[in-house]
Design a protein around this ligand. Sequence first.
Ligand SMILES: Cc1cc2nc3c(=O)[nH]c(=O)nc-3n(C[C@H](O)[C@H](O)[C@H](O)COP(=O)(O)O)c2cc1C
Length: 419
Amino acid sequence: MVFTIKPKISPVKGKRIVLGISGGIAAYKTPLLVRLLKKAGAEVRVALTEAGGRFVSELSLATVSGEAVLKGVFPETDTPGADFTRHISLGEWADLFVIAPATANTIAKLSAGLSDDMLSATFITLRPDRPVLIFPAMDGHMFRSPSVQRNIRTLREQGCQVFEPESGALASGQCGPGRMAEPEEIFGRIKEAFAPDTSLAGTRVVVTAGPTRERIDGVRFISNYSSGRMGFALARAARKRGASVTLISGPVQLPTPEGVLRIDVESALEMDAAARERYRETDIFIAAAAVADYRPASPAGGKLKKGAAEMEVKLALNPDVLAGFGKEKRPGQLAVGFALETAGNLESARQKLERKNLDLIAFNTFEEEGAGFEVETNRITLLSRGGAEIPLGLMTKEDAAEKILDALRPAGGSKESKG
Ligand SMILES: Cc1cc2nc3c(=O)[nH]c(=O)nc-3n(C[C@H](O)[C@H](O)[C@H](O)COP(=O)(O)O)c2cc1C
């Protein structure tokens, strides 16, 4: 038998990449990124902001890219034949747009749709199906400010991939999150964008998300602080990997992720019924909803009148949506749950994994800063059926969602352990 070894072709070969560089100190790393891309066979053009030009030389970038660097949207002359469509030229040309470093200022401009230089004009003239990768770099206080976080959220909701800055020593003298990823890391992410992960293609994923509301009377209910963000991030991430995703959501204020079928429910009973209908046609069931354990046993029809100094509401136990799936699970189906526990109570999470017949459980606690309900981030430890314990650092719910799906891969242990 004769084996032929095909040379490995880089996924960026022949691709047209626009690199947007804004005015952060990390801009000095960008000629290295251009070199990596060029060496792999990509065509690279650079959109540099005025401030970016204070941190990295136009000449270096033009030399390594082999192309003129574009800054402003106006042509150099206004004589016939001048470059009058420059402002839309890069957006139409690009197969992918990467912005590194992305300053707080540029992130704000992009989220607001401003267009006063080549970088921002490229963003809004880009073809809608082209990937946008954004690598913020700024000091920790800037990065954590509510305005920057809000703008990043807006960009993510528009489908941009915004990567977390790395932690370490910053130019400001501080230590913490804010450093731009290294050129090799950015290069890796660009390659991934051209060779997307389709590991869940053909897989049917059901995700539950958000709180439930349990009616006391016609106008009042018992609920909890779940925002639904973790479940929505999981639905989005699974869809991105090619799964067909159904998201069963309690009442939340979140837009439906692109391409995901959303079923809105209110109570635990409704969530249970919606999930149960899909048990058989589900390959991976991810229960991220904070389902109320109890509901008022006999909700009143109208509005209960104020009267006695005390009143009692009798509660009835709700069905356990996840345990229900675990019980009926067939070989090949996977069940993922969450355990929100007091800090350090990993053992209780492991018992839940066993009791409910799960393959993976994400242990988190509401007692640590940046974890639990109503925050953008989470600090999770993954426990798999095979006994693996994977502590994830403090990270966004989007990144945590990716890690949870990674852990379901055969190499992650849990799928293999299922026979
Ligand atoms: C020395 C120095 C370093 C800076 N580093 C950063 C940075 O890392 N991140 C950031 O968001 N802004 C940083 N700035 C502020 C930006 O340069 C400033 O907001 C500028 O208006 C950004 O413009 P641009 O987004 O159009 O490039 C820095 C400013 C100076 C003077």
